[in-house]
Design a protein around this ligand. Structure first.
Ligand SMILES: N[C@@H](CCC(=O)N[C@@H](CS)C(=O)NCC(=O)O)C(=O)O
Length: 356
């Protein structure tokens, strides 16, 4: 799950028996950072587990400690074969605890309920790893879970998460499935689970993610800071795209033209409603394109933002149902195709599109 750099192996510098910094070096190894970029968790006043959780949370991860029995853990523990982990056992240098980096190993016997662990890197330079008994493994998992297949509006959130570069578990559920309904009272997708907090609404999810990971090292700022004029403009665009373009335009087409063909018992074809929706879509598109022309390369100016994610998704949807190019393109004909080309050319867009 982690994109571990096989060549990045960090060694401890404090060899005090039972309270050295092997854990710090093991975490730095797994997360690809230098020793000094990672706290010495065992010295944290709140305790090493709490200190690790808060350091990891800022990076979108959480840690789970799983007990080992005779060196094995149960498949039902949720550990994934191949994932790097931290293994706690006894030091080969004396009667005190030590940790090394390991990796979860599937059993050779496919019917076995047990998972093993391989040693991978000893933070101690002598490389002698651990003596039994092995006590626990610490496995890492993303703190976020996104529910919703990328072929639907969830695409907006997959793209956002890929832009931010934060880890996430993706449950590729379709609408009205058990997974969708468990997280959203409407049974719709997408939903996001962040620890004990669950939310739905694709645009609100992206604003939450942009705010939450603003200070994350290396993450781009995709949502302006609350209370600024830029944020006001961002919120205006999001509400306009959601209420005018999505709900009063594209969704009416789906509800009264494409869904009635697929599930006639649940949806009614109303051609007049679709005609009105199409002309509203064209009008809204003209207004947003005027905005784009004034603002520069992207909707908020020179830099790409979560507003572009929403707009491009709506444009993709419009294109798929034959609503592009719209008559309102007029003199702006080259502007929108060029804007779309630039946005779709982003690596994060391509990664999200590959999940459709
Ligand atoms: N405004 C919501 C709309 C969510 C929505 O309608 N999702 C569709 C899939 S794109 C869905 O789950 N539809 C199932 C249904 O309407 O029952 C959002 O943007 O998240």
């Amino acid at each position: 799950m982690q994109k571990i750099d096989q060549a990045h192996k960090v060694h401890q510098t404090d060899f005090t028996a039972g309270s050295g910094n092997a854990l710090q070096a093991a975490v730095a190894t797994i997360f690809g950072v230098q020793l000094e970029d990672c706290p010495n968790f065992v010295q944290a006043p709140e305790g090493y587990e709490a200190a690790m959780q808060s350091w990891l949370a800022a990076r979108g991860w959480k840690v789970k400690k799983l007990p080992l029995e005779d060196g094995f853990l149960k498949k039902s523990s949720g550990a994934t074969p191949g994932d790097k982990c931290i293994v706690r056992g006894t030091s080969p240098r004396g009667d005190f605890g030590h940790v090394v980096v390991g990796s979860i190993k599937a059993s050779d016997d496919a019917t076995s309920e047990a998972l093993g662990v391989d040693f991978w890197h000893d933070p101690h330079p002598d490389g002698t790893m651990l003596r039994p008994p092995l006590v626990w493994v610490a496995v890492f998992e993303p703190s976020l879970t996104l529910i919703g297949h990328a072929a639907f509006r969830s695409f907006r959130n997959v793209w956002m998460l890929e832009e931010l570069g934060v880890p996430y578990k993706h449950i590729e559920a379709k609408p009205r499935t058990a997974e969708a309904s468990a997280a959203n009272p409407f049974g719709k997708i997408p939903s996001l689970i962040d620890g004990d907090f669950t939310m739905y609404e694709s645009a609100a999810i992206n604003t939450y993610l942009g705010d939450k990971f603003r200070a994350r090292p290396g993450a781009p700022d995709l949502v302006p800071i609350a209370g600024t004029k830029e944020r006001g403009r961002y919120e205006q665009l999001v509400c306009c795209l959601m209420a005018e373009m999505d709900a009063q335009g594209l969704w009416i087409h789906r509800k009264h033209e494409s869904l009635p063909q697929m599930v006639p018992q649940a949806f009614k074809a109303i051609p007049e409603a679709v005609t009105v929706a199409r002309s509203h879509f064209d009008k809204v598109l003209g207004i947003v394109v005027d905005d784009l022309r004034r603002s520069g390369d992207y909707l908020l100016g020179e830099t790409f933002s979560a507003a572009d994610i929403l707009f491009v998704h709506c444009l993709n949807w419009a294109e798929a149902i034959g609503w592009l190019p719209a008559p309102e393109f007029g003199d702006d004909a080259p502007l929108l195709p060029e804007y779309l080309r630039k946005c779709r050319d982003r690596d994060a867009y391509k990664r999200a599109a590959a999940k459709k």
